[in-house]
Ligand binder design. Structure first.
Ligand code: OOG
Ligand code: MG
Length: 262
């Protein structure tokens, strides 16, 4: 930890204000180059405390930068983790008002819902599959608070890994009988396939991202309770959207889910 409490509080407040006012900012490491990983997650924790104080509830977690496509797109080389609160959730087919956001992009993801808690360290793909109630398609809407989506890992962690909105739906499926590595993922914009891939793009198996999340939380004395929703990370690069667009995600064996941008 290199930053003091008042600096951490100030940075969390700054990032939350950017989010609420849909304003961008240069990445925070420009002014705090010595910031370490603990500082970054401490700012994320303070962001969550601020949201909780306003009545938000945690509904799940997200893994980010878990595919090579995303790592390449953002110029980083390690997964990151963030939280999801109820305010971020949209209904299947809902309209997302772009004016509430800075420069949103959409990502095709495989979401997990747990029937049993998961605790790291030592969590692995088998433990995740055993604890999973069902998997379902999820579109994550990311909206980095950083100008032009330019950031480094510490800045993006502090900014809750660009989390903004998400929608899950489709046809939730048990993991038995599915091969999450080979299952096809197709993201359509206005009826045209704009990004496609397979589950294995996410750390070789999307459940590996959930295990990494459980291990990350375990190191910090936390765990994933039963009922938690987890977005395992974008399978492909994130896709820019504009008002008037309609986005649909189809995941093999799990149906489809969509959003309208207005
Ligand atoms: C960071 C968040 C990445 C994913 O699924 O890879 C993410 C970003 O690219 O802004 O959510
Ligand atoms: Mg994502």
């Amino acid at each position: 930890m290199t930053l003091d409490d008042s600096t951490l509080d100030g940075l969390a407040e700054h990032l939350e204000t950017c989010q609420v006012q849909a304003r961008d900012t240069p990445k925070i490491t420009d002014d705090h180059p010595g910031m370490d990983w603990e500082d970054a997650y401490a700012i994320q924790d303070r962001l969550l405390q601020r949201k909780r104080a306003r009545g938000a509830r945690v509904v799940g977690f997200k893994c980010g930068l878990t595919s090579h496509a995303k790592m390449r797109q953002m110029g980083v080389d390690e997964p990151v983790f963030g939280f999801l609160v109820d305010d971020f959730a949209l209904a299947d087919g809902a309209a997302l008002r772009m004016a509430e956001l800075i420069h949103p992009k959409v990502e095709p993801e495989i979401a997990f819902v747990l029937k049993r808690e998961l605790r790291g360290p030592g969590c692995h793909v088998g433990a995740v599959l055993a604890a999973t109630d069902f998997v379902l398609p999820g579109i994550e809407v990311i909206d980095s608070r950083y100008r032009d989506f330019k950031f480094d890992l510490k800045s993006v962690i502090a900014d809750n890994t660009s989390a903004a909105r998400f929608v899950v739906g489709g046809k939730p499926a048990p993991v038995y009988g599915l091969d999450l590595r080979t299952c096809g993922v197709v993201l359509e914009k206005n009826g045209e396939a704009v990004a496609l891939g397979a589950g294995a793009a996410v750390l070789g198996h999307p459940a590996a991202a959930v295990a990494a999340l459980a291990n990350h939380l375990g190191r910090r004395g936390h765990h994933l309770p039963a009922g938690t929703l987890i977005l395992s990370g974008g399978v492909t690069e994130a896709v820019a959207v504009a008002p008037g667009d309609h986005v649909a995600l189809r995941v093999q064996g799990m149906g489809q889910v969509g959003l309208r941008l207005v």
